[in-house]
Design a protein around this ligand. Structure first.
Ligand SMILES: [Zn+2]
Ligand SMILES: [Zn+2]
Ligand SMILES: [Zn+2]
Length: 260
């Protein structure tokens, strides 16, 4: 991969329950199509010789194994909901292999939630073998990880503020129900927007399929992929026919390469 290129790997594309949902026998949950199997949403970004991971959900271990990830330069969190942070305990595998702290980028609010979720990681006298992390607190201001510039995009997830991220012409925004026009401006002229679309029926804290499509029609990226889907969205191969051609549903393991 040359230095102008950027590779995005979809680690997971499902909502908090994943698909199949435990004990559900709906047509999506029993589908034989691999595109209807969705681990919890997370993405891996290879850029500037670095590997970034956005969110560590409950399937993090399985996702790292599936993609044979050897090291992660930094983790970025979108918000503190369990389906986005639950896998953080497993970052210790990289601590053991590389003898270094893992770098985490998140807001102060997410840091506070991590202290509650994982008190043993932050305790003064640590049990041997717990994850070793360095938390880098970010605000809604441009920051850099090594040579890579990252633009946070603040949105509302019902009442919870969440961060999406723009890296070059790639935008990732999950778990969103509302966004101001000022923040929307940061998403314009993108090559790829990855956006939350939970299902077709309204939901208090997520965009529906129609709402996601309407937002994308406004932002006009070259390409868009939907994530954080519930089994109620329907079968992958049928829903993709219902959206404009530049939009599709992401699937687990999908890889997109972008060049600057
Ligand atoms: Zn979520
Ligand atoms: Zn189901
Ligand atoms: Zn959430």
């Amino acid at each position: 991969m040359n230095k102008n290129q950027m590779k995005i790997t979809f680690l997971g594309t499902g909502t908090s329950q994943g698909i199949p949902v435990i004990a559900c026998d709906c047509e999506v949950c029993v589908s034989k199509n691999p595109k209807d199997k969705r681990l919890r949403s997370s993405v891996l970004v290879d850029v500037d010789g670095q590997t970034l991971v956005i969110d560590t959900g409950p399937d993090f271990r399985q996702q790292m194994l599936r993609e044979k990830v050897q090291d992660v330069s930094a983790f970025l969190f979108t918000h503190s909901h369990k389906d986005h942070v639950a896998g953080m305990d497993d970052v210790r595998a990289f601590n053991h292999k590389w003898k270094k702290d893992m770098q985490i980028y998140c807001t102060y609010a997410v840091e506070q939630a991590l202290h509650t979720e994982f008190p043993y990681i932050f305790s003064e006298f640590k049990y041997p073998g717990v994850p070793e992390v360095t938390i880098n607190i970010i605000k809604n201001e441009v920051f850099t990880i090594g040579p890579t510039k990252i633009i946070p995009i603040e949105a509302q997830h019902y009442k919870m503020p969440v961060f999406g991220y723009r890296i070059r012409d790639f935008v990732y925004l999950t778990d969103v129900s509302a966004i101001t026009s000022k923040e929307k401006d940061k998403m314009k002229n993108a090559d790829l927007i990855v956006l939350d679309a939970l299902r077709k029926k309204p939901h208090i804290s997520h965009l529906t399929l129609n709402q996601a499509v309407a937002l994308l029609e406004e932002l006009k990226p070259k390409q868009a992929l939907l994530i954080h889907m519930s089994h109620l969205m329907g079968l992958h191969d049928e829903v993709v026919k219902e959206v404009p051609p530049y939009i599709s549903l992401a699937y687990d393991g999908q890889i997109i390469e972008l060049s600057a």
